[in-house]
Design a binder for this molecule. Structure first.
Ligand code: ZN
Length: 316
């Protein structure tokens, strides 16, 4: 199951008081409810592709409004043939239900649309957002390439309502318009974690944090490895250059003509072409320090340069 699927499944098991149940249903019906004609009767269908959400809607409607909805399953046309579950309420009951939820009058057919905005208690704000997320939310797996949580909104007023509620909780939510409606979204990992906490998805939150921390650690390790590789490349490049210089001098004048301390460094490098200066210094029993060796190799380079330029009688 996807991370979004797991999150929704968890949300459908959240216990809540009656006031919050109403707020959650209000959001879900406003997002996913539509009146349609089915076998010559007008019905309210509240639709979802998520079976856990379908069960939740069914239970909430039954508990809150004393109606017995039907459940209708159909295959989605298009590419991914997911099931679509419709929790179906006959229009007589649906009208009463919507009125008690705050709608003034239902549409004849088509989307129910949002109820007039009312002031929600703090607990109900969370429940409303939970409902909206269950109705049209999705969240990327935290192990993926980018953090992203969104709620698709059918109308601008719903998008603004969701945006305001989320930002009352300090989530820095953003809003964009897409071809089909509006999207309210979060991009910061930290804010996604806060949102999951607000809507009561605590298991999902912990899983998200685990992956996020692990990913942070992995990035840190990668950075260290990259640094080390860069250092290693530098060491190799330096050693290669030193070897070139030494071989050039040997060809031109012979290493035995060098002053003893330079000859020693040259022969040491020839014997240990692959090690860095630190290790080379250890090979002398730390008698010659790393910077001492560095100095000697610079001298050798100067000698090689002078030889290349044909300068006679180089200084020692
Ligand atoms: Zn409440």
């Amino acid at each position: 199951m996807s991370f979004a699927g797991q999150t929704k499944k968890e949300l459908t098991m959240v216990d809540e008081s009656a006031c919050c149940q109403r707020a959650e249903v209000e959001a879900i019906v406003g997002w996913n409810g539509l009146f349609r004609m089915a076998e010559d009767r007008r019905v309210l269908d509240v639709e979802t592709e998520n079976v856990a959400t379908a069960r939740r809607i069914y239970t909430l409607i039954k508990a809150q409004f004393d109606v017995h909805p039907e459940v209708v399953v159909r295959k989605k046309m298009r590419l991914k043939k997911n099931n679509i579950y419709a929790i179906r309420v006959p229009s007589v009951h649906a009208e009463a239900m919507l009125r008690s939820l705050g709608w003034e009058a239902g549409a004849q057919t088509g989307p129910v649309g949002p109820a007039p905005t009312r002031t929600l208690k703090a607990c109900c704000k969370r429940a409303f957002l939970r409902g909206a997320f269950l109705a049209a939310g999705s969240v990327n797996d935290p192990g993926g390439t980018s953090y992203h949580l969104e709620i698709g909104c059918p109308t601008e007023s719903q998008a603004n309502h969701a945006l305001c509620l989320m930002n009352e909780f300090g989530l820095h939510a953003k809003l964009i318009q897409r071809k089909k409606g509006y999207v309210v979204y979060l991009k910061e990992g930290e804010k996604i974690v806060e949102f999951l906490s607000i809507i009561g998805a605590h298991q999902a939150l912990l899983k998200f944090e685990d992956v996020r921390i692990l990913k942070g650690m992995r990035n840190q390790v990668n950075r260290l490895v990259n640094c080390e590789t860069a250092n290693m490349n530098k060491t190799i490049a330096a050693a290669v250059r030193q070897l070139e210089v030494i071989r050039w001098i040997d060809q031109q004048i012979g290493l035995e003509t060098l002053p003893p301390h330079l000859r020693e460094a040259a022969e040491l490098r020839l014997r240990h072409p692959e090690v860095n200066l630190q290790e080379l210094s250890q090979r002398t029993g730390n008698r010659v320090s790393k910077s001492g060796l560095n100095h000697r190799f610079r001298k050798l380079e100067e000698i090689a340069n002078k030889l290349r330029m044909g300068v006679e009688g180089f200084s020692q």
